[in-house]
Design a binder for this molecule. Structure first.
Ligand SMILES: Nc1ncnc2c1ncn2[C@@H]1O[C@H](COP(=O)(O)OP(=O)(O)OP(=O)(O)O)[C@@H](O)[C@H]1O
Length: 254
């Protein structure tokens, strides 16, 4: 479903991704872990087309995201292609980024009405189901400022799902939450991961969550995936010294 093929990303002279190769199969839940500043968010931003690759290709659902054919060549994709491809991908960020002047229902229906052309009735019916799924049926008329951070994040999850993405990207979705609100958000994500066929690529420091829901965990360091294993293996018997060091540091801090 997702394939990075020799992806290089630089910011000026700073090489963040070095010929990065990895794949995520349809329906898989893959978590990326690794030191701060190693480029995990950059991977998600490239998928969201918020950044462009310097070299290499990215494929989503078998189709090239980054390039399109022109004659016999492949050339960097234009805005129209990127917009089309972006519709397949949803993202939930650390900051919830809800529209503050809209109520919860409007937050969830806005994009399907505008970008997918759904009628208000269709979009609302879908939103009601999604708000039920994230445990917020009773908050449809509330405004974001009346909700806790955990509730706002669950609205953000419903909003992303309302676009029916095939891929959902999660970037440190619990980092901005008070500790007591984290579990509710993770419970909702686990439910979605186990009951839908959405493909997940998740960046998190929540090692217990990564262990609990991931099909695979990729340890990312210095622009490359240095270890890729099922969670039971990666968390209990990592092969790479850098993975062991990283896990010790993170678990000591917890
Ligand atoms: N727009 C940008 N311009 C210049 N440098 C950038 C830009 N975006 C990211 N970087 C740099 O790229 C590197 C990777 O950043 P990225 O945010 O992807 O790391 P990360 O692994 O997600 O880190 P964290 O776990 O702290 O969120 C960092 O050194 C960062 O400073």
């Amino acid at each position: 479903m997702i394939r990075f093929d020799g992806v290089v990303k630089k910011f000026g002279d700073h090489v963040v991704l070095r010929e990065l190769d990895f794949t995520v199969s349809p329906g898989e839940f893959v978590t990326l872990i690794g030191p701060s500043g190693s480029g995990k968010t950059t991977i998600l931003r490239l998928l969201m087309t918020l950044e462009r690759v310097n070299e290499g290709r990215i494929y989503v659902g078998g189709e090239c995201l980054t390039h399109t054919p022109r004659g016999d060549n492949m050339v960097p994709a234009n805005e129209k292609h990127l917009r089309q491809m972006r519709k397949r991908i949803g993202m939930v960020f650390q900051q919830f980024n809800l529209f503050p002047n809209m109520n919860v229902l409007q937050n969830v229906t806005e994009a399907p009405i505008r970008a997918l052309g759904l009628s208000k009735g269709e979009a609302e019916a879908r939103a009601v189901d999604l708000l039920d799924m994230v445990g917020l049926s009773d908050k449809a008329r509330a405004h974001p400022s009346q909700l806790s951070g955990g509730q706002q994040q669950r609205v953000a999850i419903a909003r992303a799902l309302a676009m029916r993405p095939r891929v959902l990207l999660l970037d440190e979705v619990t980092s901005a939450l008070d500790p007591e609100l984290v579990a509710g958000v993770l419970r909702v994500l686990k439910e979605i991961a186990t009951t839908t066929d959405i493909t997940f690529l998740c960046v998190t420091h929540e090692m217990q969550f990564a262990r609990d829901v991931s099909d695979r965990v990729m340890m990312f360091d210095q622009g490359q995936v240095i270890e890729d294993a099922v969670p039971e293996k990666l968390f209990t018997a990592p092969e790479q010294p850098r993975t062991r060091e990283f896990l010790h540091a993170v678990l000591d801090r917890a």
